[in-house]
Design a binder for this molecule. Structure first.
Ligand code: DGL
Length: 265
């Protein structure tokens, strides 16, 4: 048993969708969440920059005595996970492999679509893992940069997000894809509209949700489960906590105990 918190981080607020999935399955685990709101977005930054930012956050979470780290950000998982693993000696998991495992389980046509930021799509982190697990898989990838501000604004239904989604998903409509990975923290908020555009025969894989079973495995293997009766969520942001607080309820249903500012630079 280990009642220390799990550290979870993202470039900003979107990683709270992963916190939401964790607390639904593991309500007695406490979470320290870092949102790097002063330096968001990571999605259009270089690998070196994303690694540097991710290192700062992992270092801080380790100092706070977290028992393990979940990299909720797809861009950081794509560009910095191996780097973090080689620099820190605590269990660290990202969202890419769990999303891949889930997609491979559900696809029948062996044709998978991947949606993500420019950084995630350019790295081909999902595509490489999908193809190395099954050489018969074909992958179509699409960067959807406008989905992030739409989710942040809470503009997740109506004509504007629908026409943005229709534009981004055009190549998927004329393919045999039956499974699409939502490879960005923010995209689960647009799940309804993405599903409407793609049609009900296409499975949508939420990488954050898929990560919970990897998290459970790590807790089991390392005997790290908490025996507290209920966990707490404490958030730390690198920009003003006010903006974060006003948006947080769009991303997470559970109660957030505190939101504080931290300086990582
Ligand atoms: N959190 C990022 C991700 O999942 C999206 C926002 C950003 O570009 O930083 O890739």
């Amino acid at each position: 048993m280990d009642n220390r918190p799990i550290g979870v981080f993202d470039s900003g607020i979107g990683g709270l969708t992963v916190v939401d999935a964790i607390t639904k399955s593991l309500p007695n685990e406490s979470i320290l969440y870092v949102g790097d709101t002063a330096r968001v977005p990571y999605g259009n930054k270089s690998k070196a920059r994303v690694q540097e930012f991710s290192y700062d956050i992992a270092h801080w979470l380790k100092e706070q005595k977290c028992k393990m780290i979940v990299v909720a950000c797809n861009t950081a998982s794509s560009l910095a996970l191996d780097y973090l693993k080689s620099n820190f000696d605590l269990p660290i998991i990202g969202v890419i492999s769990p999303g891949v495992v889930k997609a491979l389980k559900v696809t029948q046509t062996n044709a998978v679509g991947v949606l993500g930021t420019y950084g995630t799509i350019r790295s081909d982190a999902y595509g490489k893992r999908l193809k190395s697990a099954n050489s018969k898989i074909s992958v179509l990838s699409q960067a959807c940069p406008l989905f992030v501000p739409l989710a942040e604004e809470g503009w997740v239904e109506g004509d504007v997000p629908k026409s943005v989604a229709t534009h981004y998903l055009k190549q998927f409509k004329s393919s045999t894809i039956d499974t699409v990975i939502l490879g960005c923290t923010h995209y689960p908020l647009l799940k309804q509209i993405i599903g409407d555009v793609l049609g009900s025969t296409v499975n949508l894989v939420d990488s954050g949700e898929a990560t919970v079973s990897s998290l459970q495995s790590v807790l089991t293997e390392n005997n790290l489960f908490s025996d507290e009766s209920s966990g707490e969520i404490h958030c730390f942001v690198t920009d003003s906590p006010d903006t974060f607080e006003s948006l947080a309820s769009r991303f997470v249903n559970g109660k957030i105990q505190s939101i504080s500012h931290i300086d990582l630079t």
